[in-house]
Design a protein around this ligand. Structure first.
Ligand SMILES: Nc1ncnc2c1ncn2[C@@H]1O[C@H](COP(=O)(O)OP(=O)(O)OP(=O)(O)O)[C@@H](O)[C@H]1O
Ligand SMILES: [Mg+2]
Length: 366
């Protein structure tokens, strides 16, 4: 699965551009503010129906324009083309898959699995738990078709219970405790199984980039799973009523990545943190590949940030080995390093929102 053609309208300073990317690596370079991240943002929007930089789509739409459009033709692993399109005006979203309108963002996410690594990605290990839960749940979503409906049922039950806590409608709480117990236990089980699958792949990936001792990844469930969740919810009633929300359940879940029994974020350097996050994300891609025999695109914005030359070369080697389409940005061509041994790549230069293909014969460098 890879994008064969990408059309972008009205994303930040990119007004109207079409590119035909390589199915392998795509290098994108240009000065600050030329539009590199805007290009990455366009692809991300197509797969996730949201920006990775802002929650306000209005700020992504080019100034003085009403809406943005991204569409692409993608080659599927089993042959055949998939047409994907999204139009957004800040309020409404229109999604089209093979010319048919679709209501579901999840159809896009499943049709074009995307993984992104950008300068703020270190937050995966350094910020609050929400981002880690999203990481786990996105991975599971790509493997288990029933997961999304279970997760939605859990979220609905949680919203109902929290609303009842606020109005102190205690008599109705017990029904929702049961629902939370039922779906919450299922969500937790999915997460446990997923981490078990991810762990060996992650260890292998980390070994390629870092020499760290005793790496472990452990699920934090969000409650003491030796006990029934609904029992704990009854015990928590007073506290939950006081604060107006549910304190325990998988919505408080997390995972801990530790090195020699210390939380990774507390003991590694900035560059190592970026490498660890990159490994987590690449391990997730590899798992999807193994099970679905396909992947969409890996997006790496600001490739050189935090990484030294040696580590950049290691990452490029890895990316050129896997059968995956990758888009990588940097301000200077030199930041990509020596590309002579890399086959099947395309180079693009971005200037004032215009994306131009630079023909670099294979086996040479710019
Ligand atoms: N809604 C918008 N409409 C038009 N231009 C915008 C909009 N939002 C941001 N811009 C401008 O788009 C340009 C490209 O921004 P972008 O973040 O893509 O740059 P970049 O090439 O990634 O730069 P850097 O190397 O600094 O990361 C910037 O000049 C930015 O100010
Ligand atoms: Mg940028």
């Amino acid at each position: 699965m890879g994008l064969q053609r990408l059309d972008i309208y009205n994303i930040r300073n990119i007004r109207e551009q079409s590119i035909s990317p390589s199915p392998g690596l795509n290098f994108i370079y240009g000065k600050n503010a030329s539009g590199k991240s805007a290009l990455i943002e366009a692809i991300f929007l197509l797969g996730r129906a949201k920006s990775f930089r802002t929650s306000s789509i209005k700020s992504v739409i080019s100034f003085e324009q009403d809406n943005l459009i991204v569409s692409a033709q993608a080659m599927q692993s089993k042959g055949g083309n998939l047409h994907l399109g999204i139009q957004m005006d800040g309020k409404n979203i229109e999604i089209r898959i093979n010319q048919q309108p679709s209501q579901k963002r999840s159809d896009l996410a499943y049709g074009l699995p995307l993984q992104i690594i950008h300068p703020k990605s270190f937050e995966l290990l350094d910020a609050g738990a929400q981002i880690r839960r999203e990481f786990l749940d996105w991975g599971i979503f790509n493997h288990e078709e029933n997961f999304l409906s279970v997760w939605r049922k859990y979220k609905r039950a949680l919203a109902q219970r929290n609303a009842l806590l606020k109005t102190r409608a205690i008599s109705q709480l017990y029904v929702w405790n049961k629902e939370l117990d039922n779906y919450g236990t299922m969500v937790n089980e999915y997460r446990l199984q997923y981490l078990q699958k991810l762990k060996p792949v992650l260890n292998k990936t980390i070994a390629r980039f870092l020499t760290l001792r005793d790496i472990d990844i452990k699920l934090i469930s969000g409650w003491d799973t030796a006990r029934q969740l609904d029992q704990l919810l009854i015990e928590d009633l007073e506290k939950d009523l006081r604060y107006g929300f549910t304190h325990r359940g998988p919505h408080r879940g997390d995972f801990h990545l530790s090195i020699d029994n210390n939380l990774a974020k507390d003991v590694v350097s900035r560059g190592q943190l970026k490498l660890l996050v990159t490994c987590l994300k690449l391990a997730q891609v590899e798992l999807i590949f193994r099970e679905r025999d396909t992947f969409g695109c890996i997006l790496m914005d600001d490739f050189a940030a935090e990484l030294d030359k040696e580590n950049r070369a290691k990452i490029l080697n890895y990316l050129s080995e896997i059968q995956c389409q990758v888009f990588i940005t940097a301000t200077e061509v030199d930041d990509f390093g020596d590309l002579r041994s890399i086959e099947n790549y395309k180079m693009f230069h971005v200037e004032q929102g215009k994306v131009r293909w630079i023909n670099v014969p294979c086996g040479t460098s710019l």
